[in-house]
Design a protein around this ligand. Structure first.
Ligand SMILES: [Mg+2]
Length: 424
């Protein structure tokens, strides 16, 4: 990844459904805890990789439903598609690798002979993945017959049957494990092999992730029987793979701590911000993560309505500081903080959450920092995001001073008319 000029301190490679995302937690708490930790302590020098069975279409749907961060690298469709960055640029080297002994036309032709196979939705048919539904009672026989036929046609494929209904046909070289191995090899060739890599999963197709050499692994507490069985039979004595006590993203945080891969205290687990002492090293990204977390708690009424908070916030703002609201309106930063008083607890019981994504700080001149981030607010079922730029100056003995905050609506948020509940 071009963003990092040296090896990532930590690369987390995580499955999404029931690993990063807890579908049984409507509040998404463990995911939000992970998000704060990542943006606070890892975003600037580490890599986040999502590895999912979902196709690009279903992956994008999940991102709209859940407060997922933007990963640096996305591996989709069971390891058959690797893309980079926000714009999801495909890895053509991986495409070439997968083309070996693979012919989509031949796969379609041969599978057409099996009346037991029902083609899945068009969005699930990918250049290197053909997906069907098949009845459990027929799966074994169909798989056997089909692999013989495809072999005769000169192809080398992998047929994966999962969840008691899904049958995926992929090139033999594909899969979550091989995609990760490819990625590590590529990073190594660029001199950027991550210092540590942690793979996270919950189900059968994640087992491959834990078989990649030199990779730490966590099976979240809610991992499926099939993965635990695989572990018992194949990786029981590997001290680098653990079965976490916590569910989903909570288990990932637990593993980061147990393997000592870096900080594992999420800012969401710190209750009092006034007691949260500034780090020895100046880190404006921390200030932003902390501020928006405080802002969420303030409006949820989870922190005391105390003048001490307002005074402390005002003290960290430059007296002439400016806030540019995404609507274009400009206000003084100090006045904006003063106004917060009337919003204490206004979102109580309204499923109000705030999270930040892609927090990146750069020192533009000595002692002057520019922090760019995407800030998101969810209130009930409504979600809105904006790109935020914060300018800080470091003052001797006073820490960081907020000079200017400027926001613009994200593409999907532009269309919404009502600006009234967006404070900062
Ligand atoms: Mg999963």
């Amino acid at each position: 990844m071009e963003r990092l000029s040296s090896p990532a301190r930590l690369m987390i490679v995580s499955d999404l459904d029931h690993t990063m995302v807890d579908h049984h937690d409507p509040e998404n708490l463990s995911l939000l805890r992970f998000n704060s930790l990542w943006e606070h302590a890892y975003r600037h020098d580490s890599l986040l990789v999502f590895s999912t069975g979902r196709s690009p279409t279903l992956y994008k749907e999940l991102r709209k439903e859940k407060p997922l961060l933007t990963p640096d690298i996305t591996i989709m469709s069971v390891g058959t598609e690797i893309t980079y960055g926000n714009s999801m640029v495909p890895d053509n080297g991986w495409v070439d690798t997968l083309n070996n002994k693979w012919d989509l036309g031949v796969v379609k032709e041969e599978t057409g002979n099996f009346s037991e196979l029902t083609l899945q939705a068009e969005t699930e048919q990918r250049p290197h993945k053909v997906s069907f539904y098949v009845d459990k009672s027929k799966a074994h026989e169909v798989t056997k017959e089909l692999s013989q036929r495809l072999e005769k046609r000169g192809l080398d494929v992998k047929i994966i049957y999962s969840g008691g209904m899904d049958l995926d046909i992929l090139p033999q070289g594909a899969g979550k494990g091989q995609a990760l191995a490819y990625l590590l090899k590529k990073l190594k060739s660029e001199g950027k092999l991550p210092v540590n890599t942690l793979a996270c999963g919950d189900s059968g197709n994640d087992a491959e992730l834990f078989s990649v050499p030199d990779v730490y692994g966590v099976m979240v507490s809610n991992a499926q029987e099939e993965l635990l069985k695989w572990h018992a039979e194949n990786a029981k004595d590997n001290p680098k793979v653990i079965h976490a006590k916590e569910r989903c993203a909570g288990g990932i945080i637990q593993a980061v701590g147990e393997f000592k891969l870096g900080p594992s205290l999420s800012p969401r687990d710190v209750s009092d911000f006034l007691e949260c002492k500034a780090d020895e090293n100046v880190n404006p990204g921390h200030e932003v993560v902390k501020f928006f977390l405080f802002y969420e708690r303030w409006r949820r009424g989870e922190v005391e309505n105390s003048e001490a908070y307002i005074a402390s916030l005002k003290a960290s703002c430059h007296p002439g500081g400016v806030f540019v609201h995404p609507s274009g309106a400009e206000k003084s930063l100090v006045d904006t903080i003063d106004e917060l008083r009337k919003y204490h607890g206004d979102k109580q019981g309204k499923k109000f959450r705030v999270w930040v994504d892609q927090v990146l700080a750069t020192e533009s001149a000595h002692g002057t920092w520019i922090v760019k981030l995407d800030k998101w607010e969810q209130s009930g079922d409504e979600r809105r995001g904006c790109t935020t730029t914060v300018k800080f100056t470091a003052k001797e003995g006073e820490g960081l001073v907020w000079e200017r905050v400027e926001q613009t609506w994200s593409e999907e948020s532009k269309l919404k008319k009502d600006d009234s509940s967006w404070i900062i």
